[in-house]
Write a protein that binds this ligand. Structure first.
Ligand code: PEP
Length: 255
């Protein structure tokens, strides 16, 4: 049975004190989660060791990172490698977020290398895909997203796919307050699952966790998560307020 996940991407927000307080607040309100459900907190790099120590002993809340470098080590000033993240007890690494693709010009070749770095260091990838508004308006979103998945992931053997989580994040819904409807999310998630099935077979597709991201909040999480092919969410803005993030976790806990 595939896992359901709610992952919080803090992006470039929170100083160390604020981050520690947020994690404490989340702990205070965390509902009991069944074994097939998982929370991931992905703070900025600077927070990782602090957050890791706060998460010590927690099974249902795991540490995530928002990025890593595509090479294993070397003269890349300011960068952080996958093995460093592993040594900081990171379990999940977000790769291919639309902000990385847009602002840092990360292309499919780079993303494929990052995926390899994460997997070869025994962590899981949260691989983001999603179309911009003009592609949605043109009605070609399925082909577009399919291309992102093929280019970023299809070099992997099936054995490694179990360590990949997909996150469908329509760019027009990220941080805009404009959420995809549950029908739009379900349509795309079903398409993504069929793309995985065509390449890796039905079992791999059935076991793949596919998250929705884009203005997910407590008021719409339950409806989105109720869709057959939506297995939780990657949460930006609403992961920065304990009450909102907990409301979304509750929606997953109730499934
Ligand atoms: C994101 O950036 O991954 C995201 C989903 O952001 P938001 O929830 O703020 O739309």
């Amino acid at each position: 049975m595939r896992k359901k996940i709610v992952a919080g991407n803090w992006k470039m927000n929170m100083d160390l004190t604020e981050g520690a307080e947020l994690v404490n607040e989340i702990f205070k309100g965390l509902p009991v989660l069944s074994e097939d459900k998982q929370v991931v907190i992905a703070p900025p790099y600077l927070h990782l060791t602090q957050t890791a120590s706060q998460l010590t002993g927690m099974i249902d809340v795991q540490l995530g990172a928002q990025n890593c470098h595509s090479e294993a080590s070397g003269a890349y000033t300011g960068e952080v490698s996958a093995s460093m993240l592993k040594s900081a007890e990171v379990a999940y690494v977000i790769i291919g977020h639309s902000e990385r693709r847009e602002y840092f010009k990360e292309d499919s070749t780079t993303l494929g290398k990052k995926v390899n770095q994460v997997l070869s260091n025994d962590m899981k990838v949260i691989f983001c895909c999603g179309e911009p508004l003009d592609i949605r308006d043109a009605g070609t979103q399925n082909t577009y997203v399919e291309g992102q998945i093929k280019e970023g992931l299809f070099h992997l053997p099936e054995s490694q796919l179990a360590n990949v989580v997909l996150a469908y994040e329509p760019i027009w819904a990220i941080g805009t307050g404009r959420t995809a409807t549950s029908a739009q999310a379900q349509d795309m998630h079903a398409h993504i699952r069929s793309v995985i099935a065509a390449q890796y077979g039905g079992d791999a597709a059935a076991n793949m966790t596919i998250l929705y991201g884009g203005s997910c909040k407590p008021s719409n999480a339950a409806e989105l998560f109720a869709c057959t092919d939506v297995d939780g969410g990657l949460i930006g803005g609403a992961s920065l307020k304990a009450a909102d993030f907990l409301g979304i976790i509750e929606a997953m806990a109730d499934l």
